[in-house]
Ligand binder design. Structure first.
Ligand code: TXA
Ligand code: MG
Length: 339
């Protein structure tokens, strides 16, 4: 199959919407990361997503809607908290797990009685949903296990020959996937951290939001994750990454005594001038959002330069940085050294 890469436009978006209506899958930009979109109502189309990504079939997908009226298509028994969250954060990078609506295809939910839904803020994603008239199910548009794509070119790198069309809507603003919260449990629980923080969710809901164990800890053998996606090795470049926690001085000392020719440092902007080893940077130390924005492209860059061993500076683990740390931990297979 030939993969077309088109800049977003009235015509290109209409073509994407038509393909989605016809049961095909399309690469589309969102404000978080690029998604691989198919109609949430077509089992056959959604199964093509799993095939293109090589995604395990027990890992459910997020449906994307363009306005609040569409929520009734994806979900049922919607609690008032969902409307409070929608009011506060939609359109935007928040996914809410609710009881599953009737029309959602089985393969979207991977056998669960719940369904994930979000209203993206990216104008191109919204335009495509409106033009097709259906919610689209979309995981990140990477091959399963690779870092999520934040540019149309990286979607092409992973999906060339596997999908008919990618719409280029520019570089994704947020850079990490949406925050995922479930309201389908007795108490709301954060399943995946993102740009919308735990504190913001608690403020909007006016109650405590639990933090899933799997966010910052490795699952024990046999333990099941509330969010199936959290159990898979994820975001991993080919290099072996180790996160080094501590001051920059301690980090630099460690690097000086442990680096060899194939070591690359994953550090914060400006630090590369002080380290005598090859470096890839991922944002400013005191700017969590810039780290989120750059992390996945930095991970892909490590592969591009053939890094074998990577020593990573540790982000904070609260606020937006919780999302960065969560992704980096998985990229590092939970290897962390406290300096
Ligand atoms: O920002 C995003 O959310 C992007 C863009 C494209 O919207 N999408 C994305 O999808 O990151 P994906 O498939 O890579 O991640 C979806 C996450 C997975 O961890 C999955 O296990 C979880 O959401 N999830 C989906 N449905 C669920 C459900 N019913 N219950 C629990 N977790 C669910
Ligand atoms: Mg993903």
């Amino acid at each position: 199959m030939q993969t077309l890469l088109l800049p977003a436009s009235e015509n290109a978006n209409a073509k994407a919407a038509q393909l989605i209506k016809n049961g095909e899958i399309v690469g589309v930009p969102t404000e978080t990361v690029y998604g691989l979109a198919a109609s949430s109502f077509s089992d056959e189309a959604v199964r093509k997503i799993y095939a293109a990504k090589g995604r395990p079939s027990d890992n459910p997908l997020i449906s994307h809607i363009a306005d609040i009226d569409m929520l009734a298509l994806t979900s049922r028994e919607i609690p008032s908290g969902a409307y409070a969250l929608a009011e506060a954060f939609w359109p935007g990078p928040l996914t809410i797990i609710l009881k599953r609506g009737e029309k959602i295809a089985d393969s979207v939910c991977a056998g669960l009685d719940t369904a994930a839904v979000r209203m993206p803020s990216h104008s191109v994603a919204r335009d495509i949903i409106r033009k097709s008239g259906v919610p689209f199910a979309a995981p990140s548009a990477n091959l399963s296990g690779s870092p999520s794509p934040t540019t149309a070119q990286t979607v092409l790198d992973d999906m060339d020959g596997k999908i008919p069309l990618i719409i280029d809507g520019g570089e994704c603003e947020v850079g990490v996937e949406s925050t995922v919260i479930t309201l389908a449990t007795e108490k709301p629980m954060l399943l995946r951290p993102g740009f919308i923080t735990l504190k913001q969710l608690e403020n909007a809901l006016g109650c405590e939001v639990l933090l899933s164990d799997a966010v910052l800890n490795k699952l024990k053998d046999g333990e099941t994750a509330a969010s199936p996606g959290m159990k898979y090795k994820h975001y991993a470049p080919k290099a072996e990454i180790t996160i080094l926690k501590g001051s920059f001085a301690a980090y630099n000392d460690y690097v000086q005594s442990h680096a060899d020719d194939e070591t690359v440092c994953l550090c914060f902007d400006g630090e590369e001038a002080l380290i005598g080893t090859k470096c890839v940077t991922y944002g400013a130390e005191n700017d969590d959002a810039s780290q989120a924005h750059k992390l996945f492209s930095a991970l892909r860059q490590l592969d591009d330069i053939g890094a074998k061993t990577v020593f990573a500076r540790a982000p904070k683990s609260t606020g937006v940085a919780m999302a960065v740390y969560n992704r980096l931990l998985r990229a590092a297979a939970f290897r962390v050294i406290q300096l």
